[in-house]
Structures are given as C-alpha cells and as structure tokens.
Design a protein around this ligand. Structure first.
Ligand code: ZN
Length: 144
C-alpha cells in the first residue's frame, strides 16, 4: 500500500472520529451489546433496531481511540438497511479483510470508507481496535 493511500485512509479515520455517524443511544432498540478491547481501553455499545426488512436502525456509543470510534461509525453506515443475513455476511467479510492471511487484492475503491479500515492491517496491534465494533454488532443481532 503506498503512502498516498495510507494518508487518505488516515483522513477517513480521523474524519469519522471527529464527526461520527449514528452516534448515540437508540430508543427503542431490539438488541444491544457491549464490547471492550483491553489492549487499548476501547469501549463500545452497539444498538440495533431490527424490523421486517432487516436492520432498520443502528447506533453506537463509544469511547476510545480514533480507530475504534471510526470503525464503529463506518460500520453503522455500512450496515444500516441491510437484511440481517447480509449484515452477518458483511461482518464476516470485514473480519476477513482485517485478519485474513492474504492482503486483500480486491479493488478497494468498491469498499468506500471500509477500505480505510483495511489500512489498519499494517498495524497489527490496532486490528482489535477496528474489529471490536463488528464483533459487538454480531452479538447485538438476533440469533440466527
Ligand atoms: Zn484502540
């Protein structure tokens, strides 16, 4: 990954951290879960409201480093409106992007802001900061 891309990814992360999407509690909600990353001290609570069509609303309350907050913000954007099945599939694919053995070869531009999270692969100590919100979302969704 070249330095220009790394800078771009940093900008996306910092922008989401400063101006997070869907931050706050959801009321009413159908599911919620809490996540904690002891390596960095990040905390997140993820709320979902599931309806007939899937994840109608999703929100988070998070404290911690810029990567953890940006990841939660990017996640809410990427998940809102998906069927629960598609949401689970996206959680799996993001997990693979972040922790898979192979550096992703797919065209990262199709991922939009999600591509910024892939940049975290270069900093193994920070991967848990990026995956925390996604694991927490998985726990907040109704069981399969
Ligand atoms: Zn962190």
């Amino acid at each position: 990954m070249d330095d220009h891309l790394t800078e771009l990814y940093q900008d996306i992360i910092l922008e989401h951290n400063r101006n997070p999407r869907n931050e706050g509690e959801l009321d009413p909600f159908s599911g919620s879960a809490e996540g904690f990353n002891p390596l960095c001290g990040d905390k997140v609570t993820v709320y979902v409201r599931e309806g007939e069509g899937g994840v109608d609303e999703i929100a988070f309350v998070g404290e911690g480093c810029a990567i953890s907050r940006a990841s939660a913000s990017i996640m809410t954007k990427a998940i809102k409106g998906l069927s629960v099945e598609d949401a689970r599939a996206r959680i799996r694919s993001v997990h693979e992007l972040l922790t898979g053995e192979q550096e992703p070869e797919a065209d990262l531009t199709v991922l939009g802001d999600l591509a910024a999270l892939v940049g975290v692969r270069r900093f193994p100590a920070r991967v848990k900061c990026a995956t925390m919100a996604w694991h927490t979302l998985e726990a907040a969704l109704r069981p399969e």
